[in-house]
Structure formats: C-alpha cells, structure tokens
Write a protein that binds this ligand. Structure first.
Ligand code: FAD
Ligand code: 2HG
Ligand code: ZN
Length: 493
C-alpha cells in the first residue's frame, strides 16, 4: 500500500454493495460490468488489470469495474455514485505513472475503454472530435489517410487514451513543436460529479466568451469530473521527417548543442530528446530499438535525439546535414558522432530507443520516477546528487539501487530522473524523499512536469505550489465535487 492518508481528511465514502451492482445492471448490459459481488461474482483476477498500475507499484481493491459505452451511461452511473457517496476512479489506458489511475481502497473503477469512436473530423480545419476512450495510436492511424497527425505522441501510445492524455495534460515527444494540450484541446465533454453533462465540445479556434472552463479539466487527473469527449486540433502531417542520434562526449555539451540546433534547424526542429549513457545501455539490454555501433558511441557520456519535420525533403536534409557537418568540423566538436536514419525503419528504430526507455527501466527493476522541471543546466547535477545521496546512505548496490539515470525532454526543460531498484523499500523511499523534492524546490522547479500528482505526490504538492494556490485548488475541488467522490486521494490530500 502506498498511501492511505486521504481516508483521514476526505468525506467518508461508501463501498459498492450488491444493491448498487443491481442498480448498475439497469444502466449497463452485464457485459459492461465486472464485479466480485453477487450476483455477478466475477473472479478477482479479472479485476486485477484495473486494480494495479502499469508499474505494479500502486494496488487498489475495487470490487467493481464499469465500462460504459455512452456519455448518458456515464452520467447515470455518476449520478448514482454521488447520491450514494461512492468513490469513482476514472480509468483510461492505465498507463499513468503516479498511481492516479487505480483505486486507493475499494472505489469503483469507471473504465472508458468502450467509448472508442471518432465522432467527426474536418480535414479543412483539422479538428478531430473523439470519444475519450479512443486509444492515442488509433487516432493517429485514423488521421494518417487524411494527412494529419495528433499533436501529441508518447511511448504509451498503444494503450493510453485521449481522455487520459487530456486528464494528465500529457506532454510527450511532440510538445516542443505543437505545444501543450492546454493549447491544442479546443473543447471537452465532461460528466460532472453530480452526473450533469457539461457540453463544451466546441470546434472553434477562437472563443472568448468568459471563463474557459475546459482548462480546469486538462490535467485534473479525474478529480473534477469524467472526460467523455475531446475536440482537438490535429496538425497537418509533415511532408518530410528525419532523425539523428548524436553521441556527446559530455553532458556540458547538451545546452550549446540545443542552442546550435535551434539556430540552424529553426522551424524544422521538432524534437530534442536527451538520454544518458546508463539508460541507453538498459535500452539495449532490454531490446528497445537497434543498438548503435560500438565505434559510433565510444566515449559518449550521453545522447540527444534530434528530429526534424518540414515541408520539403531536400530543404530539410540540407539543413540537417549542414548542422551535422558544422558540428563535426568545429575545433572543439560538441558531438563525437551522429547516427542519421537513412530509411523509415531506421527512423523508427532510433525513436524506439528513446520511446523504449521507460519499458527498459521497468524490465530492469522497480523504478522510483521523478518527473521534474529544472533549469536545463542542472539536469546532470540532479542525477549526480541523487546518486551520491543513495551512495552516502549505503544504498547504491545490486540488492538495493541498481541505477540512477536521467532522460527526457531537454527542449521542454523536463528531466525524468529514474532510480531503478531491486525492490520498492521504505529505506530507499526515505533516502529519496523529500531529498529530491527539496532539490527541485531549490531551483524553483516543478515536482511534476508532465505525469501529474496522482497518489504519489499529494504530500509533496507544496514544494511546487504555494499555500494560496493549494487553497484555491481545494475550493475548486469542493465546488465541483462537494461529496469528494471523484478520484479520492489524488492530487489533493
Ligand atoms: P490513465 O493512466 O488511465 O489515467 C491517468 C489519470 O487520468 C488518472 O488520474 C485517471 O483517473 C485520469 N483519467 C483517465 N481517463 C480519464 C477520463 N476520461 N476522465 C477523467 N479522468 C481520467 N506521460 C507524458 O506526459 N509524456 C510521456 O512522454 C509519457 N510517456 C509514457 C511512456 C510510457 C511507456 C508510459 C507507461 C507512460 C508514459 N506517460 C507519459 C504517462 C502518461 O501520463 C500516460 O501515458 C497517459 O497520458 C495517461 O493516459 P491513460 O489513458 O493511460 O490514463
Ligand atoms: C517519457 O518521456 C515518459 O519517456 C516516461 O514521460 C518517463 O519513464 C519515465 O520516467
Ligand atoms: Zn516524458
């Protein structure tokens, strides 16, 4: 059990009973209900994928999972739960990394997976309207023949849902180019905690008619309502994309390289992703992407994946080759080598290394994940300081902490500090927290750049938010959800 703190501070909630299941059976077909309670008596193992998170770090004890197909069904379920005081955990693809998507105790899980239809797409404006349960990758596949792309991409694309992406305000690999979901989401349909349907599913680029309520639900992690529909501005598919993995002799070169890449590639730079040598080795060990040639990466301390996306192949290649040549020919080269993709499969393979880091880390051991914003220049300092901290506590060895690694979205100032341990233990957690949060706060950084607060960081929110901000967050929560049924124990303690 990770935390039960919320139980002391939140309104008392009710467990789901057999009578509730009977009520849900009037709203949903039996095939949309999993419940260990009679009369269904589903085997607990069938609920296991909904009760345990992607890392197998957070474990809930829900007896009942509902899988509605329509917004109306969601509304009726939520209305009943509100009347009865039953806690609800909205669940998308369950790929979240902060324990937000699984129950803390026995809250009901409302899984959006059956709401998976594209509602409309306008190829002229590029506006896509979809059910919240659409899987991100299926939306990309839907848009491809229309020569558009979702303005969001992440390693979990095969499982995560657009509603989950919106609810976590996921950042990912395209943020550098397309900005955050606060900009590209145009409208939302949300079932509020009393069951009311808030229809803000507009398809307007411009709409200044007072408070922009939808923004509250972007990144709310299911604590204010259930997102059932999303209207999002898709981007025209680039005509030409290239990528290159650059091997750097030392971390200090990352920032000058970023400056140079921005200067020379300007409008075609679409990603600038960093990973250190140690995590690269884990990717190779666990089969993520194709290993780079040994001679290409000899002496490399870290790597940067640069992607370009533009409108004309010759123009883009000329710019990228120009950058590589100038980097190699410089008197004090910033890079040792660059591995440039020469085919679509090499392009995919280079991305597979970067996108596969999370999976590689989880295959290697139990990961403590700190998803932080700190000044770019401090990335290495944070990783090194954390490693030293663990060493000084006698915890840096194969039976405790095996690796301390860093990777992430340099272009967005977002470092993923991962501590890979043999097991989750109180000693390791005590060595890391509040140490990491204090370090981040000392740089006036953010304790969550993209994954959210979930159940993991409710107690640490104050490292990034002042008392006044937290108080107003509480007031907003109480205004929307006075009975505290929506994802209890998440975001706010
Ligand atoms: P879930 O995990 O199911 O839920 C996440 C949170 O949103 C929970 O609090 C849940 O209650 C809430 N929620 C879900 N659906 C709804 C809904 N319809 N209405 C209201 N609340 C809802 N994140 C990044 O930001 N950038 C990355 O690059 C990135 N890469 C990842 C790579 C891997 C391999 C993995 C495993 C995760 C990664 N993540 C990344 C984490 C990221 O937060 C999720 O992948 C994704 O955004 C969550 O979507 P989901 O559908 O899985 O949501
Ligand atoms: C990424 O950027 C994701 O790959 C996951 O946000 C980060 O594994 C992590 O900690
Ligand atoms: Zn990330």
């Amino acid at each position: 059990r990770q935390t039960r703190r919320w139980a002391h501070t939140q309104p008392k909630l009710q467990s789901v009973t057999a009578d509730d299941v009977a009520h849900f059976s009037k709203i949903l077909p039996a095939t949309s209900i999993l419940s260990t309670l009679p009369p269904l008596s589903t085997a607990a193992s069938e609920l296991s994928p909904f009760n345990n998170d992607w890392m197998n770090k957070y474990h809930g004890n829900s007896t009942t999972v509902l899988r509605p197909r329509t917004t109306q069904e969601v509304s009726e379920i939520v209305k009943h739960c509100n009347e009865r005081g039953i806690g609800i955990v909205p669940q998308g693809g369950n790929t979240g990394l902060v324990g937000g998507s699984v129950p803390i105790q026995d809250e009901l899980v409302l899984s959006l997976g059956n709401m998976n239809k594209v509602r409309s797409f306008d190829p002229v404006s590029g506006i896509l309207v979809a059910d919240a349960g659409c899987i991100l990758e299926s939306l990309s596949e839907y848009l491809a023949p229309h020569r558009h792309i979702v303005p969001l991409d992440l390693g979990a694309k095969g499982s995560c849902q657009i509603g989950g992406n919106v609810s976590t305000n996921a950042g990912g690999l395209r943020l550098l180019r397309y900005g955050s979901l606060h900009g590209s989401v145009l409208g939302l349909e949300v079932v509020l905690p009393d069951g009311t349907i808030l229809d803000q599913l507009t398809t307007l680029r411009k709409d200044n008619t007072g408070y922009d309520l939808k923004q509250l639900f972007i990144g709310a992690e299911g604590t204010l309502g259930i997102v059932t529909g999303v209207s999002i501005l898709a981007a025209p598919a680039p005509q030409s994309t290239n990528n290159v993995v650059l091997a750097l002799p030392k971390f200090d070169n990352v920032l000058p390289l970023f400056v140079e890449a921005k200067k020379q590639l300007s409008e075609i730079l679409s990603a600038f992703e960093f990973f250190d040598r140690e995590v690269y080795e884990l990717a190779v060990k666990h089969g993520q992407g194709r290993a780079l040639n040994e001679e290409d990466i000899e002496g490399a301390e870290c790597f940067v994946l640069v992607e370009t996306s533009g409108g004309k192949r010759e123009h883009d290649e000329e710019k990228l080759n120009g950058l590589l040549e100038s980097l190699m020919e410089s008197e004090t080269p910033l890079i040792n080598t660059g591995v440039l993709s020469q085919s679509p499969s090499q392009f995919a393979s280079l991305w597979a290394i970067r996108e596969g880091l999370t999976e590689a880390v989880s295959k290697e051991g139990k990961a403590y994940k700190y998803d932080i914003s700190v000044p770019l220049a401090k990335f290495k300092e944070v990783v090194d300081a954390t490693r030293e901290r663990l060493r000084s506590k006698g915890l840096l060895h194969a039976d405790a902490v095996k690796h301390v690694v860093g990777y992430g979205h340099v272009g967005d100032g977002n470092l993923h500090l991962n501590v890979v341990a043999a097991n989750y233990t109180p000693e390791i957690e005590a060595a890391l927290e509040p140490f990491v949060y204090e370090l981040v706060a000392s740089y006036r950084g953010s304790i969550s750049a993209e994954h959210g607060i979930g159940a993991m960081k409710t107690h640490a929110l104050h490292y990034s938010k002042g008392d006044v901000s937290i108080e107003w967050m509480r007031r907003i929560k109480t205004l929307f959800d006075p009975r505290g049924i929506m994802n209890p124990g998440k975001v706010l303690e």
